[in-house]
Write a new protein. Sequence first.
Length: 298
Amino acid sequence: MTPLLELGLYDPGCPPRVTPMEDLEQLLGAPVRVVSWYQAWGSGFSPCYPHLVLEAQRRGLKPLITWEPWKLPHELPAGTPPHAQPDFCLEKIASGLYDNYVRTWARALAGVAIPVFLRPMHEMNGNWYPWGGMVNGNHPAAFPRAWKHLRRLFLQEGAHNVRWVWCPFAHSVPNVAHNSLEGYFPGAAEIDWLALDIYNHATQGARWHSFTQAFEEPYRRLCALAPDKPVMIAEIGCAEAGGDKAAWIREALKALSEKYKRVEVLVWFNVNKECDWRIESSPEALGAFRKEAQRFSS
């Protein structure tokens, strides 16, 4: 039997609220099971909000929180590159500078006593975040130390309900051996889920790839790191410009359910941001998704 995927969506308005998904479910023709949101350590929405986790559960949604050690780019002095935030380098995280803050999150999530996906320091093999292994004075070997330090604090606070999602970008930037995704892996005992982020567009020098072209190699390498761990795609999006988005969506959903069977959760980055990544960016893209909607669990 072909395994069914669980569909997740990024909710750009959370915090401070969890969006009801009924209208989107009707539009997409598929049930939404995971709600994704982002919280930055240095932003105005840096505290943990256990009521949002409980509200998600009340709505039948599993929360996926991407936890980002940085100040958001719009809060930085003009001209400051987003990754150039030395206060959030990996060594400072591992050394305990933020332990009090981290422990408040651990205690808050322990208190909800329901499973919560937590995705700290994602896309660490890219060069756009302060925790990236090739920027901000970091090096890849520092990432596992920072990761293990965070997880140890959570365990000390009794947050055993947290599901740790380790999530590199599908393709390292820069694409050099020293920056391979394997160098950031903290070990199978330190994670609960493997994940990848993957986008397709043909802007700013990028080349359009089919889903299989983009996903095959990083998926194989990811799965080899922890053969017994479940896999999710924690962010996915496709632009309209540069190719046939509807065909890309059809290929992706078919391949995920028939070929890449370890993928259990697919979280669409359903916003118009750098590109219009949304499923409903065109009638053709939406129609392709709806046609494949039977591949999602009801």
